[in-house]
Ligand binder design. Structure first.
Ligand code: ATP
Length: 506
């Protein structure tokens, strides 16, 4: 089976490219080589490729632009980035944009192969896998999860954004009899609507514009294992009906295909919403809700489980130090106190972000309160912007922040999002031939202080509009002049950055 798997290596350094090819030549994997992102895109349009391993800094089209292209055209294709030590914070950002992981150069050939196998098998990382659970409520939750893990029951995990729902889903899979089989996750909010069906159920070659080759869906990939449907309430109603049918009949048909594929998949769904109110408003099918909510589990918000906070911070420190090949860094007693005093609206994900920032800012392998940047919380994401200024200098482009903070800058960015979601995602390159230059300009803007500022402004406008509209998504989208889908997509991105939207609205 492995013999059919093709890895695309994208690396501009000829020596390293050759070394990577030599590494793969000794395995059962097929491989293709590209010198830069542009060549990679050509290959992706013409060949059947199962995974991309790409350098970040390359001429013409760089690793981030390639990642963006893959996310738009073949969202289910895993992309592993290879990055130098200095650009690790950007690689973390890339992971939020959909890279499956990153490897810090230099790395051993075995580390690359282990990572490729892990990604292709869809298995979570082995180290530091067990969830931290010191608080009594967390222990009870893990106990229940272990019990349900032994069965094939469908599980619905609820809890505020960033509380650890995916971590719990992986825990259930690991402790289930299916643990040798794949664990496959799909975030229903982060996949554009026109790609969601094909991503879930697979498609045949030519089923739609841009379907360059046939591809299995997440259901197929998860066969005999576990499928995590993340943020299930973000699934459009039309697709909910199809999902219900698949769950009832336990079989799937690829888009544009005729063959029926039998399935044996354990389903875990997650949401940070009040699902019943979605059902009452007619936005989520009642029959699907009851099919998913067979065994409900709920994470408490981090602020109500103080005993978890410091152990979580310590775990996250170990994880990130290992990843960055950084000597172990400790928390000072004052930093621990600061962590315990904070209310964590973005839950564990926000704690994770704070620890990553602190690791960059700390000196002497000791984290002090100021390194955590947790002082101001009045504006969405504000603490990061204010205190990260020295760090952001690294990737500054020389431009000043906009003086006019009304809707204008947001509209400019919105156009890009709409192009991405509704044009390019349908398989049309709306940028035309000048796209590389335009998008590298966009990237420069977005990664500079102006881009950060615009992003913050956009977040504020979204939160304000949600507040005015009492949290109603459709009305908010109308008010902002964007499609409900674009709004959902932006909210998913905000949640990924640790913003607790519900708390902000309240
Ligand atoms: N109990 C835990 N032990 C260790 N790490 C955790 C735990 N809970 C959460 N994390 C870490 O916190 C981050 C967020 O967790 P996760 O993605 O599971 O949250 P989530 O509830 O699924 O978020 P969202 O609602 O935004 O999808 C991850 O980096 C995860 O590794």
């Amino acid at each position: 089976m492995m013999a059919k798997i093709t890895i695309l290596i994208v690396e501009d350094d000829p020596d390293l490219r050759e070394a990577l090819a030599d590494t793969l030549a000794l395995t059962d994997f097929n491989y293709l080589l590209a010198e830069d992102g542009q060549q990679a895109i050509q290959l992706l349009q013409n060949k059947s490729i199962d995974m991309v391993v790409s350098d970040v800094n390359m001429p013409k089209v760089d690793g981030y632009q390639l990642l963006q292209w893959v996310r738009q055209h073949v969202p289910q294709l895993p992309v592993l980035l290879m990055t130098a030590y200095g650009s690790v914070s950007q690689a973390v950002e890339a992971m939020k944009q959909g890279a499956v992981d990153y490897l810090v150069k230099p790395f051993e050939p075995d580390a690359l192969l282990a990572e490729i196998r892990r990604v292709l098998q869809g298995t979570p990382k082995k180290s530091c896998d067990e969830p931290v659970a010191e608080e009594e409520s967390s222990r009870q939750l893990l106990l229940l999860a272990r019990k349900v893990a032994a069965t094939d029951s469908t599980v619905l995990i609820t809890g505020e954004s960033g509380t650890g729902k995916e971590v719990l889903a992986q825990y259930i899979h690991r402790h289930s009899p299916r643990n040798e089989q794949p664990f496959v996750a799909i975030n229903c909010a982060a996949i554009p609507e026109n790609m969601l069906e094909a991503t879930l159920f697979g498609h045949e070659k030519g089923a739609f514009t841009g379907a360059y080759s046939s591809s299995p869906g997440k259901f197929e990939l998860a066969n005999n294992g576990t499928l995590l449907l993340d943020e299930i309430t973000e699934m459009p109603l039309g697709l909910q009906a199809k999902l219900l049918r698949v769950l009832q009949e336990r079989e799937v048909e690829r888009v544009g295909g005729r063959k029926t594929i039998r399935l044996d998949v354990r389903i875990i769904a997650t949401t940070n919403r009040e699902m019943l109110s979605y059902v009452q408003r007619g936005e989520f099918r009642e029959d699907l809700y009851y099919r998913l909510c067979v065994f409900p589990l709920m994470w408490q918000p981090l602020r109500t489980r103080p005993r978890d906070i410091v152990p979580l911070a310590e775990r996250l420190l170990v994880v990130h130090c290992r990843k960055l090949k950084h000597p172990i860094v400790k928390l000072s007693n004052e930093a621990k106190k600061t962590l315990l005093q904070y209310t964590w609206p973005g839950n564990v994900r926000e704690l994770d972000n704070a620890i990553q920032r602190a690791l960059i800012l700390q000196q002497g392998n000791l984290i002090r309160p100021a390194d955590l940047c947790l002082t101001t919380t009045s504006t969405v994401g504000q603490p990061v912007l204010q205190t990260m200024a020295p760090v952001l200098k690294e990737r500054v482009i020389n431009t000043s922040a906009p003086t006019d903070n009304n809707a204008q800058p947001m509209m400019a960015k919105e156009l890009t999002s709409n192009e991405i979601e509704e044009g390019m995602l349908a398989g049309e390159d709306t940028h035309g031939s000048g796209s590389a230059m335009e998008s590298s300009f966009d990237r420069a803007i977005e990664s500079g202080p102006l881009g950060e500022d615009l992003k913050q402004r956009e977040y504020e406008l979204i939160i304000d509009a949600l507040r005015t509209e009492g949290g109603r998504r459709r009305e908010t989208a109308l008010k902002l002049g964007i499609s409900p889908r674009t709004l959902r997509y932006k909210l998913a991105k905000m949640r990924e950055q640790g913003i607790d939207i519900e708390t902000m609205i309240a």
